[in-house]
Design a protein around this ligand. Structure first.
Ligand SMILES: [Zn+2]
Length: 248
C-alpha cells in the first residue's frame, strides 16, 4: 500500500472525528488561506459515540475535511475511550509525524477532562520527541525529523492563552465544518438519544467561546492556544503593536 507522505506545515491531532473542527477549524482555515499545507489526524474513529456509526462518522469527517480545505486527513485507529500512550500507539504516531513532517502540531491540553483528550496530548508530546531520535523505530525506514512545535488548544479558564488567533473571517466556515458531523449535533428530526453536544445550545456555546476569545484581542472571534515552551520573538515591536484589548 503506497503511504501518503504529503509534507505539511501544520497537523492537528485530536481524539475524535469532530474534535479538530470544534477546537481549531478557524485557525486551520486561516492558515490554509495563507498558503500553508494543513492536515488532521483523528486518533480514534469515535466508535464509542452515543450517536452515529464509525462508517457514517468517517464520511462526515471527509466532508468536514473538504470544507476546511485540508491536504490530508488520516485516522490512527486507536480504540475510542481507551487512548493511551502505549508503545504501539507511540510508534503509530511517530510514523505519521515522520511521514508528514509537520512544523507545528495542534493538540488538546493535558488538563482536559476527557481522558482520551488528555492522553492524546501525552501521546503527541512523547511522539513529537521520539520522532527526532534516529534510533527510535529504525525498522520502519523513515528519517528522523526536527521536533515539531506543539501548541495546545485550550478551553479551561484555568489555562491562560499563550496566544489567540484572530479567526473573525472564518466563523461561518468553521461552523459549516462542525455541522458536517451531522450525526453528532442538534437536528430537530434526530431519532438517536440526546447527548451533551447534541443539545441545541452546544453549538451556540462553541460560537460564544470563539467570540469571547476574539474579544480578548479586540476582534470578532478567536481561538486560544497554550505553548509550554518560551516563545522566541524576533520583533517585539511588530508583535506588541497588533490590535489588543487592554481589558483582557
Ligand atoms: Zn473528543
Amino acid at each position: 500500500m503506497p503511504e501518503d507522505e504529503t509534507e505539511l506545515d501544520v497537523l492537528g491531532v485530536f481524539s475524535h472525528p469532530d474534535d479538530a473542527e470544534l477546537s481549531v477549524a478557524g485557525t486551520l482555515l486561516k492558515l490554509k488561506s495563507q498558503g500553508y499545507r494543513t492536515g488532521v489526524l483523528d486518533v480514534t474513529r469515535g466508535e464509542m459515540g452515543t450517536r452515529g456509526t464509525p462508517e457514517g462518522r468517517a464520511e462526515e469527517a471527509r466532508e468536514a475535511a473538504r470544507v476546511m480545505g485540508l491536504d490530508i486527513r488520516r485516522n490512527l485507529g486507536q480504540p475510542d475511550g481507551h487512548v493511551w500512550p502505549t508503545e504501539e500507539s507511540r510508534r503509530a504516531m511517530v510514523r505519521v509525524i515522520r511521514a508528514h513532517r509537520p512544523k507545528v502540531i495542534f493538540t488538546p491540553h493535558w488538563d482536559d477532562p476527557h481522558p482520551d483528550h488528555a492522553n492524546t496530548c501525552r501521546l503527541v508530546r512523547e511522539a513529537a520527541r521520539l520522532a527526532s531520535m534516529r534510533r527510535y523505530d529504525e525498522e520502519a525506514g523513515q528519517a528522523a525529523v526536527q521536533v515539531p512545535a506543539v501548541a495546545h488548544s485550550i478551553y479551561s479558564r484555568l489555562i491562560l492563552p499563550s496566544f489567540i488567533v484572530d479567526v473573525s473571517d472564518f466563523v461561518e466556515e468553521k461552523m459549516r465544518a462542525i455541522r458536517a458531523h451531522a450525526s453528532q449535533f442538534y437536528r430537530a428530526d434526530a431519532l438517536e438519544p440526546e447527548t451533551r453536544i447534541s443539545d441545541k445550545n452546544f453549538l451556540n456555546q462553541i460560537e460564544w467561546r470563539m467570540r469571547y476569545y476574539g474579544s480578548l484581542i479586540g476582534g470578532a472571534a478567536g481561538e486560544a492556544f497554550y505553548v509550554r515552551e518560551a516563545l522566541n520573538i524576533d520583533d517585539p515591536v511588530a508583535l506588541l503593536t497588533r490590535p489588543m484589548n487592554i481589558y483582557s
